[in-house]
Design a protein around this ligand. Structure first.
Ligand code: C2E
Ligand code: CA
Ligand code: CA
Ligand code: CA
Length: 277
């Protein structure tokens, strides 16, 4: 009835206002957090077919002074929408460059992956800022992999490919994250300077011989082999998932089966020589 409808509208609007306030608070706090050391880099290992750590992905954590840990699903969208992702992304990249330099100095250089938002790519001066950070930190670009989420790659890709090419001339590597969840144009993929794709974890949940997810994973591995790309599977939680992926030539595995993301210091100490850091 009309009465109920009206009631629902009022309720909905009150909820909306709360969300707007919540967003504004988070944005204000995040702006502060980036500058005042409330963000931390966690690393999650990627292992090769023998179970050796051969690379790691950097994942950002926010320790809010009042709310405690806030998950990326709750603050990355705020960062994206407010534009703060540009500042956050620059901070993350610099921290990862510094980590990479320390690992190399200790004789344990491994590729480190960083998540990069398309919003950063569209920022004027992005390539120059990345180049400056590489120079200032002395990081080796060939050991840094920029992950771009496939679902964010829309139709309007010309500019993004151009920026990728410039970054790739600096020596940086590229990976397509969450592969299979978007609508990548395969011809476009071929034009990108990619070295890797990551199979999205949603395809791993129900991997049984002969079912749809298995067919998708096999197709992705086939495309990757044809394009000569390295394949990383993310969200590997069980031995049977790992066995399935290994049997079909997946190069690297990342997931709770091997390790959860942990503070960079903890991962470096556990996986590399305990005395090195
Ligand atoms: P993503 O890049 O797809 O990262 C993988 C996510 O899967 C991470 O969530 C990781 O903790 C989680 N994960 C890893 N192994 C497993 C597993 O075996 N099972 C399950 N269920 N999950 C697993 P996290 O750290 O919460 O990050 C969520 C998303 O937030 C990331 O998804 C990424 O899109 C974004 N994000 C995180 N840090 C950054 C950052 O520094 N910059 C940007 N732009 N985005 C970031
Ligand atoms: Ca990622
Ligand atoms: Ca992913
Ligand atoms: Ca994801």
């Amino acid at each position: 009835s009309k009465a109920t409808g009206l009631g629902e509208v009022t309720f909905f609007e009150a909820g909306m206002q709360l969300q707007v306030k919540e967003f504004a608070d988070l944005e204000r706090d995040l702006r502060y957090a980036i500058k005042h050391g409330e963000l931390f880099i966690y690393l999650q290992p990627q292992v090769d077919r023998d179970g050796q750590m051969v690379a790691a992905e950097a994942l950002t954590r926010w320790c809010h002074p009042v709310r405690g840990f806030i998950a990326p699903v709750d603050f990355i969208p705020v960062a994206e929408e407010s534009g703060l992702i540009v500042e956050l992304g620059a901070w993350v990249f610099e921290e990862v460059c510094k980590l990479s330099v320390r690992m190399n100095l200790a004789g344990h250089g491994l590729p480190l992956s960083v998540n990069v938002s398309l919003r950063q790519f569209r920022q004027p001066g992005f390539v120059l800022a990345m180049r400056d950070t590489l120079r200032q930190t002395g990081a080796e670009p060939a050991q840094l992999v920029l992950e771009i989420t496939e679902s964010l790659l829309g139709d309007d890709m010309g500019d993004v490919v151009a920026v990728m090419s410039e970054l790739s001339q600096l020596g940086l590597q590229f990976s397509i994250d969450d592969f299979g969840t978007g609508y990548s144009n395969l011809a476009r993929l071929k034009q990108m300077p990619l070295s890797e794709i990551k199979i999205d974890k949603s395809f791993l949940q129900d991997l049984t011989e002969g079912n749809n997810d298995a067919a998708i994973v096999e197709a992705i591995l086939g495309i990757a082999k044809n394009l000569r790309l390295l394949v990383v599977a993310e969200g590997v939680e069980t031995q049977s998932q790992a066995d399935f992926l290994r049997a079909r030539g997946c190069d690297r595995l990342q997931g709770y089966l091997y390790a959860r993301p942990e503070p960079a210091e903890v991962v470096l100490r556990a996986w590399l020589e305990p005395t090195a850091f």
